[in-house]
Design a protein around this ligand. Sequence first.
Ligand SMILES: *[C@@H]1O[C@H](CO)[C@@H](O)[C@H](O)[C@H]1NC(C)=O
Ligand SMILES: *[C@@H]1O[C@H](CO)[C@@H](O)[C@H](O)[C@H]1NC(C)=O
Ligand SMILES: *[C@@H]1O[C@H](CO)[C@@H](O)[C@H](O)[C@H]1NC(C)=O
Length: 308
Amino acid sequence: MRWAPWSLLATGIVGGANAAALTKVTENFGANPRNVGFYIYVPDKLAANPPILVNPHWCHGDAQACYAGSQYATMASKYGFIVIYPDSPNTADKCWDVSSNATLAHNAGGDSLGIVNMVRWTLNKYKGDPKRVFVTGVSSGAMMTSTLIGAYPDVFAAGSAFAGVPFGCFAGNGYGVWSDACATGKITHTPAEWAALVKAAYPGYSGWRPKMQIFHGTVDETLNYTNFGEEVKEWNAVLGYSQAPTVTTANTPVSNWTKYTYGNKDWFEAYSAGGVSHNIQNQEAVVMSWFDLTCTSGSCFSWGTGGA
Ligand SMILES: *[C@@H]1O[C@H](CO)[C@@H](O)[C@H](O)[C@H]1NC(C)=O
Ligand SMILES: *[C@@H]1O[C@H](CO)[C@@H](O)[C@H](O)[C@H]1NC(C)=O
Ligand SMILES: *[C@@H]1O[C@H](CO)[C@@H](O)[C@H](O)[C@H]1NC(C)=O
């Protein structure tokens, strides 16, 4: 069942003063080898078995800036979901560790494991819905989105990445290593090679794969647009889709942006933002819809059978 104003009023989700605020979790929430900061937004009125949205920040950003820089906390108050804002331990540039062997492998360590343990703690504490855990981010936050979707397909149901790179493209010897080769679009692989990188992150996993949505500006000066095509190859191959879009839609959701839909189940979609630089506009409404986060009763996010 979709959102209906009367049902929200009846359950009291809408309206009233909201006292909720961004809060730092200081208790032990499981292994966090890199000491990633854990900030959480829990609205006053939670949905039953609330969904969880993870929103990693960009380089030179932090949890507070990410919280203040989008509509997600406001949306969380309106629809009763929880938002986790992890904070990078990398004080030099606040970029995420999307390079280490540990972060790129399931339950192996790195920043990704700290973030996943925040999710596990939150699912347990707030009786969250393990089949509705989502992740979205911009730039370094998009790279962490790809990292989490690739290494933890059992934890995340869907991802949405703005101006990022493919899973594994920044792979390097150490934590938080910047890859000039990837950033400038020099790293290209076949679809099968990209899929093998993702599958090697969690050998033996044969379960459900998360849905994926990507956005990239054609004149991105920080993470070259080549990465858009490489991400398209990667996620189509992971999902077992043909590389040819099933539907192409012009001027969606913004004039001069083109939406490409792939596969028979529409589990992967890619938006090419014509004439847009690295400073790409967030599209919260599209992301909310992709995660079905405006759904508050009945069978929400009924696409798949993911779950931690
Ligand atoms: C990471 O993995 C690569 C490839 O297997 C290996 O060459 C490298 O030594 C590893 N790095 C670390 C720090 O373990
Ligand atoms: C991206 O890389 C291509 C190929 O090297 C280059 O022609 C293009 O100028 C780069 N884009 C930007 C915005 O720097
Ligand atoms: C529209 O996108 C094309 C590339 O797809 C770009 O060359 C053109 O400059 C863009 N137009 C505007 C007004 O941004």
